[in-house]
Design a protein around this ligand. Structure first.
Ligand SMILES: Nc1nc2c(ncn2[C@@H]2O[C@H](COP(=O)(O)OP(=O)(O)O)[C@@H](O)[C@H]2O)c(=O)[nH]1
Ligand SMILES: [Mg+2]
Length: 191
């Protein structure tokens, strides 16, 4: 049996903010233009961090998940959340705020592992609608880390996923369990 620490994270945010691009950069190490998905997709990556091996399952959510309600599948067995907005879209920033509120209401936790990500920072400055300070201020209210990144940049994209692992393990303490074998087959695919 693998001794990798299993973690599952859900990536949320308005359609078009770059969720899939960030995930594919992390999983495959390349920026893939216009990779359209109409339904949720699951990705798995095994990597080492802090001398430990992790098996991270990433749920790439479809755009229907933006507003109405958080489906149960985004709650059960999930260790943390990456909430993404695009720095050129005020609407996506507001949606990010609403998603966090809904998550808090659903999970009932005082504090849950979350990373707030402002994506597309490579866009020209005159197209930026949200400043890094505004992003940081919202993350501070959540007591969560904040990062401004570009999905075109491998290192920045990787840092997003390393950060959520840090948050999860900082909050939950060291992992003492192994992932149930059947959960992996049902919910994740190796990419
Ligand atoms: N300039 C720029 N474009 C991006 C970035 N991330 C994603 N995109 C583009 O934004 C569009 C939506 O990206 P996608 O990953 O499909 O967004 P999703 O709907 O949140 O999964 C695509 O055309 C991507 O190529 C980024 O960091 N910078
Ligand atoms: Mg997508």
């Amino acid at each position: 049996m693998s001794s990798a620490k299993y973690r599952k994270v859900v990536v949320l945010g308005l359609g078009g903010v770059g969720k899939t691009s960030l995930i594919l950069q992390f999983i495959k190490g390349e920026f893939i233009h216009d990779y359209h998905t109409s339904e949720d997709k699951y990705f798995t990556k095994i990597f080492s961090m802090d001398r430990a091996e992790y098996e991270l399952c990433v749920v790439d959510t479809s755009s229907q998940a933006e507003f109405s309600f958080i489906p149960p599948s985004y709650l059960s067995g999930v260790d943390g959340y990456i909430i993404v907005y695009s720095v050129d879209s005020l609407r996506s920033f507001h949606i990010a705020s609403g998603l966090h509120r809904k998550l808090e209401a659903k999970t009932g936790k005082l504090r849950m592992p979350v990373v707030l990500v402002g994506n597309k920072k490579d866009n020209p400055p005159d197209r930026h609608a949200i400043s890094p300070d505004e992003g940081r201020a919202m993350a501070d209210m959540w007591d969560a880390p904040f990062m401004e990144v570009s999905a075109k940049d491998l290192e920045e994209s990787q840092k997003v996923f390393f950060k959520i692992i840090e948050e999860i393990d900082g909050l939950n303490g060291p992992c003492l369990y192994h992932k149930p074998q059947n959960l992996k087959k049902k919910n994740c695919c190796i990419s």
